[in-house]
Design a protein around this ligand. Structure first.
Ligand code: ADP
Length: 599
């Protein structure tokens, strides 16, 4: 205590900030020196205070430094709360005096009007709290007595509320707290520099407060951003994992796909909408001698060569228009040998039904083709060998039927007619088989020339008129005068086949119509319409296949062979036309076919 007192008494004799023992002279040099020392001291204090970014440490450093420089008995920072109460939150006090730290001050000792004055920046330096001129109320004097306060200085700490906002014009100050210094052993006349120091430090605290808030605000932003980034990172990581898993699954399924497709003895490929290969199996290498890596990304034309591509082109285009197609083609294998293949293209459509490419499946049908050729040759030879004796048998029976070689009994005559009928049927069958075989094998070429449609219709009806009369059927023709480019013999053959069927399957006194008309698709549409027995709906397609009849007894009863419609279809297809039938059971049928106008 005595030690402190001695330092205290020393302090009381120092009228200025300069803590030297030189008496103050009122000349300019002294004033300059005093100011320099003041600036230095303030810089030092500010530096110490601002060394930390931690606001609490700043407050602690402030009270310690102020207490040290002013040699006050107590320096504290009092925080003002919104409800008017407050609390000393930091304090530097000599051990002789009671601490105020953490004491809650009631509102009476710090009324609202005081707060308002401090908020406007009021500074109070009271040399003697008991001096009536100081204007302290009795209750406040009583309060300050508890803490031995004899002289006090109060400087407001103002907080800039919007300090962290860009727009400074919107900033406003609010009383945050007070920087308070006490002398407790006796009244004390505060010096100007002490006042100034306190004010400057209170300002510094205000700035630090704003910075702390700004820091807090920044930390909040950083925290939110960090959380956001972590979330994004987690999602990204998840996405990467998902993608890696998907890629692994894709690789596995690709390997499996390769394993399966490579094991199959067929060509399997995927071609994109630019006609480039995007997938092909190993058979390509075995058949064409081209490694998959060479084929990948290559154009179909490059892979197959110009000649082969020309035969494929129309089907490729159809597949890229979204149509599934199957066709037969001849390709050359890597050893130069020809190979017959069956090719199927299946379009690949996306969700919007746009064609993205097509899947191509090519199978070797050389063996089947060879067997077909052998069968055709066999049929051709057999039919040809049959035709000659049959024709002579037919002629012999006809001569016998005339009776020129002797009269037969009634039964004998009947047997002769049966033999004649059946021989005639057999001749027809053999002729049909031979016709079909010749057309299918491509042995005959359609000899196309410009023909008048009505001429063809007349030729066909004239040929069929005797049969119509025999069956009591009226034949009506609606001719039109158009020219088409066809093989007239074959078209007349197709028409007579259809008319003969229409007559065959009609009852007497009914009518058969033959008509032709132009269609909007630059085609001629031929129709043969009857009022006959009609065809069941499930047979409308199959009757165009070989030996297919609605009723198997038809061949016997009507003398049919089941090949007429097959031949018609072949003839029409050779002219790039289409044939079909529409029918109502018991009401009649209409057979129609189209032929392109120009070919
Ligand atoms: P077919 O020599 O037996 O007439 P087609 O190939 O010409 O052979 O005809 C096949 C079958 O189609 C016939 O047997 C018959 O059952 C049916 N058919 C063909 N045309 C008609 C028609 N106009 N009315 C009813 N059925 C028909």
């Amino acid at each position: 205590m005595s030690k402190r007192k001695s330092s205290k008494s020393r302090k009381k004799n120092q009228p200025t900030i300069a803590n030297n023992h030189r008496p103050l002279k009122h000349n300019e040099q002294d004033e300059l020196l005093r100011q320099r020392q003041w600036v230095k001291l303030f810089a030092e204090v500010t530096f110490k205070i601002r060394q930390s970014l931690n606001f609490k440490e700043i407050l602690r450093a402030t009270v310690t430094e102020v207490q040290r420089i002013l040699q006050a008995d107590r320096v504290l920072i009092y925080q003002v709360f919104l409800d008017g109460t407050g609390r000393a939150i930091t304090e530097a006090v000599l051990p002789d005096y009671p601490p105020i730290l953490d004491l809650e001050f009631p509102e009476e000792v710090f009324p609202t009007e005081y707060q308002q004055l401090y908020a406007k920046g009021r500074v109070r330096a009271i040399a003697d709290v008991r001096d009536r001129q100081a204007g302290l109320s009795d209750c406040l004097i009583e309060f300050v007595d508890q803490f031995n306060i004899k002289a006090k200085m109060i400087v407001p700490i103002l907080q800039n509320l919007n300090s962290h906002q860009q727009n400074e014009s919107s900033s406003s100050n609010q009383l945050w707290g007070l920087l308070i210094a006490h002398h407790c052993d006796r009244p004390y006349q505060w010096l100007d520099f002490e006042l100034e120091l306190m004010q400057q430090l209170a300002d510094q605290i205000g700035i630090a407060l704003s910075q702390a808030q700004f820091l807090e605000h920044l930390e909040e932003i950083v925290e939110v951003r960090t959380a956001e980034l972590q979330e994004v990172n987690r999602n990204l990581q998840q996405e990467i994992n998902d993608r890696m898993q998907a890629e692994a699954a894709l690789r596995r399924s690709e390997e499996q796909l390769r394993l399966i497709t490579n094991a199959l003895p067929v060509l399997i490929a995927y071609v994109d909408d630019h006609q480039c290969y995007r997938f092909n199996n190993k058979a390509y290498e075995d058949w064409l001698g081209q490694v998959p890596a060479d084929i990948y990304g290559s154009n179909i034309k490059t892979v197959w060569g110009n000649n082969c591509y020309q035969r494929m082109q129309v089907y490729v285009n159809l597949a890229l228009l979204g149509q599934a197609v199957t066709y037969e083609n001849e390709i050359l294998l890597k050893d130069g040998l020809p190979c017959s293949v069956n090719v199927t293209y299946i379009p690949h459509l996306d969700e919007q039904q746009n064609v993205k490419g097509f899947f191509a499946l090519t199978t070797d049908i050389s063996d089947r083709k060879a067997i077909e050729r052998m069968k055709d040759e066999f049929i051709a030879v057999v039919s040809h060998e049959l035709r000659t004796p049959l024709t002579s048998m037919h002629s012999a029976l006809k001569i016998l039927a005339t009776g020129r070689l002797g009269t037969l009994s009634k039964d004998g005559q009947q047997m002769l007619e049966i033999a004649d009928d059946n021989t005639e049927r057999l001749v027809r069958l053999v002729n049909n088989v031979l016709d079909l075989q010749r057309i299918e094998s491509g042995e005959v070429k359609m000899e196309k020339q410009i023909c008048n449609v009505s001429t063809l219709m007349i030729q066909a009806t004239e040929a069929m008129q005797p049969m119509a009369q025999q069956h009591g059927v009226v034949l009506v023709v609606n001719q039109i005068d158009i020219e088409i480019f066809v093989d007239s013999d074959y078209i007349v053959q197709a028409l007579t086949n259809l008319i003969s069927n229409a007559i065959k399957f009609s009852s007497s006194d009914s009518t058969v119509w033959l008509s032709a008309e132009n269609t909007p698709n630059a085609e001629v549409l031929f129709s043969v319409c009857d009022e006959g027995q009609g065809i069941p709906s499930d047979k409308l397609e199959s009757i165009f296949e070989r030996f297919q009849q609605v009723d198997s007894s038809d061949s016997r009863r009507k003398g049919g062979t089941g090949l007429g419609l097959t031949i018609c279809r072949k003839i029409v297809e050779q002219h790039e036309g289409k044939i079909w039938v529409e029918s109502t059971l018991g009401k009649g049928s209409t057979f129609s076919f189209t032929l392109p106008l120009l070919n």
